[in-house]
Design a protein around this ligand. Structure first.
Ligand SMILES: Cc1ncc(COP(=O)(O)O)c(C=O)c1O
Length: 362
């Protein structure tokens, strides 16, 4: 029998168990493969990553160019985000969700992914369970595990339009459940919860003292009569235990710029900010300046992009239905408009005023 090298005792772990257990982002792996095939001249259309194929609007790029020239941005800035960006995120949240928040409840992160990890890390202790509606985007369970938590899947299928019900959530709840993840519009299913369903899930969480982490990153990419509602705006009672994740990646075609944010109760945001201050200092100032231009601007560019996506999805459904034996439901047949959704569509097209104001506990 050969001898082990003296430098590597058999029991020594080179990679920690915690990080060694994390698998590669399946989304990024599929995306890299699609991009490589495309570069090699193959006719590939990638459906892996949620990445708009439009360039970032010019006025946002211009703001970044200006920021590059400003020596103020060549230095460290506050770890939790540029104060002017936080103020603009608060204004955007009021405009789009009807939710009034204070700058102290916002942490600017390197994209939604970091926001998700830091939010879980800020509230989970080892063994805490997080209910994760499935099908899910692959980062959620890995972030939960990395933060010491245990993801618990609840599968929603076509019978409920890929939306979980309170009954399903209740069946998965144990005494270790601490958080429920709520993603609407959902990646990967595209399911959008109506206002009543959203409120019912929030009420159930309040009743059992659970936290909700709600990922709103696809808020503006909705189709037909569907409309995304913001859980803490719908249910003020939940706000003390609700963390919103959002970012500029999808709305403004800014996946590569890496700016996202967390909105939540002050104590949790402070804890997540402390964590981030040791992991990264500030998010790139140039990217934050670009994000500032994005969130302070209007939604005209996103509306144009959304219309293009809408045409494409209708074309795909039509083409699928042309294949023998394939029956794909018409997209519009899946959603029921709500009062709020009609207001939302009006705002997207520039009509209608801001949402009803509703403030977050400070
Ligand atoms: C549902 C969802 N949330 C968050 C993100 C993270 O976005 P980013 O880290 O690019 O800001 C993604 C990216 O694909 C996503 O699909």
């Amino acid at each position: 029998m050969g001898r082990m090298s003296a430098a590597t005792p058999p029991t020594e772990r080179r990679v920690s168990a915690r990080v060694g257990a994390i698998s590669e982002s399946a989304t990024l792996a599929v995306d890299a493969k699609a991009k490589a095939l495309k570069a090699a001249g193959r006719p590939v259309i990638g459906f892996g990553a949620g990445e708009p194929d439009f360039p970032t609007p010019d006025y946002i790029v211009e703001a970044a160019i200006e920021a590059c020239k400003n020596p103020k941005f060549h230095r460290y800035t506050p770890a939790g985000g540029l104060p002017e960006l936080k103020a603009a995120i608060a204004a955007k949240t009021l405009r789009d969700s009807g939710l009034e928040v204070d700058a102290s409840q916002i942490l600017v992160t390197n994209g939604g992914k970091q926001a998700i990890y830091e939010a879980f890390a800020a509230i989970l202790d080892p063994g805490d369970e997080v209910i994760v509606p499935a099908p899910y985007w692959t980062t959620y369970p890995e972030s939960i595990r990395l933060a010491g938590g245990v993801p618990v899947e609840v599968v929603a299928d076509e019978t409920t339009g890929y939306r979980v019900t309170v009954e399903q959530l209740e069946a998965a709840r144990t005494e270790k459940t601490k958080v429920v993840l709520f993603v609407s519009p959902s990646n990967p299913t595209g399911a959008v919860y109506g206002e009543q369903e959203t409120e019912a899930i929030g009420r159930w969480a309040v009743e059992h003292g659970l936290w909700v982490m709600t990922d709103e990153i696809y808020e503006h990419l909705v189709y037909g009569d569907a409309s995304a509602v913001s859980l803490p705006a719908v249910l003020p009672e939940l706000r003390d235990k609700c963390i919103v994740v959002n970012g500029v990646a999808k709305t403004y075609a800014m996946t590569g710029w890496r700016v996202g944010w967390i909105i939540g109760p002050k104590d949790v945001v402070k804890a997540a900010t402390n964590l981030q201050s040791h992991a990264t200092s500030n998010v790139s100032n140039v990217a934050q300046a670009a994000a500032l231009a994005a969130v302070s601007g209007d939604l005209v560019a996103v509306e144009k992009m959304r219309e293009a996506f809408d045409r494409r999805r209708k074309t795909i459904v039509r083409m699928l239905n042309e294949i023998d034996g394939v029956v794909c439901p018409e997209p519009e047949a899946r959603s029921t408009p709500t009062r709020r959704s009609r207001r939302w569509s009006a705002r997207r097209s520039g009509a209608g005023g801001p949402r009803t104001r509703s403030s977050w506990p400070r």
